[in-house]
Design a protein around this ligand. Sequence first.
Ligand code: GRF
Length: 213
Amino acid sequence: MTNFSFAVLVSGNGSNLQAMIDAIEGNQISGKICCVLSNKGDAYGLQRAQEVKIPTEVVSNKDFETREGFDAEMVRVLSSYNPDLVVLAGFMRILSPVFVNAFPGKILNIHPSLLPKYPGLNTHERVLESSDNIHGITVHFVDESLDGGPICAQSSLEITTRSVKQLEQQIHKLEHELYPKVVSWFGEGLLRLTEGKVYFENRELKIGEINEK
Ligand code: GRF
C-alpha cells in the first residue's frame, strides 16, 4: 500500500501506540499515523502523540447518550483523515455496528490473552487463578462481538510468576513486538480480511497460525 496511514485509538497509557511510533521511526512500519483519538482528554497516549506532532482528537463518550451517537461522531472525525486502518490500542469502549461497519476489514485490536480464552477484562488475574501455564496475546480484526473477531496473530509465554504486575509487564513486551509487525503486514498488503476470513499472503489462516515472521 503506498502512503499507508492509520489511526490509533487509545484510552490510557498508550505504550502500544509508542511501540508503533518507534516502529515507524525505525522503519519497521512504512507508513504514518494520521491521528490518535481518545475518548479521554487526559489519556497519556495523547501526549505521546503530541510529542511527535501527530494530530490528536478527543471524542468523549460522556458527551453522548447512546453508544451509536458516540460511535457516529468518532466515525465522522476519523473519516476526515481517511485512514487505511484503525488500530485499537487499549481503547476501552465496546464498538457498535455504527463504527465497525464504517471501516469494514480495517480495524485491528490487541487483547491480552490467547483468545478465545479470557475475553473481557482482568485477563492476567484470571489466568493466574487458573491452572494454565501458558498465557499470551492476540491481534484480531474487530467485528461486532466482544474480543471475538477473526484472529490474525498470537504470541505466548510460559507463566513463571504469580505476580499480576510482572505478568502484565511480560505480556506488554510481547505486545510491543507483535502489534507493530501485524500493522506493517496490513500496510504491506500481506494481511487482509475478506468475508470474515483472514488471509496472509493470499493463504487463508487458521487460528493463531502466525506467531513470528
Ligand atoms: C494492552 O494490554 C492491550 O492488550 C489492552 O489494553 C492494554 C493497553 O496498554 N487492550 P497500553 O495503553 O498500550 O499501554
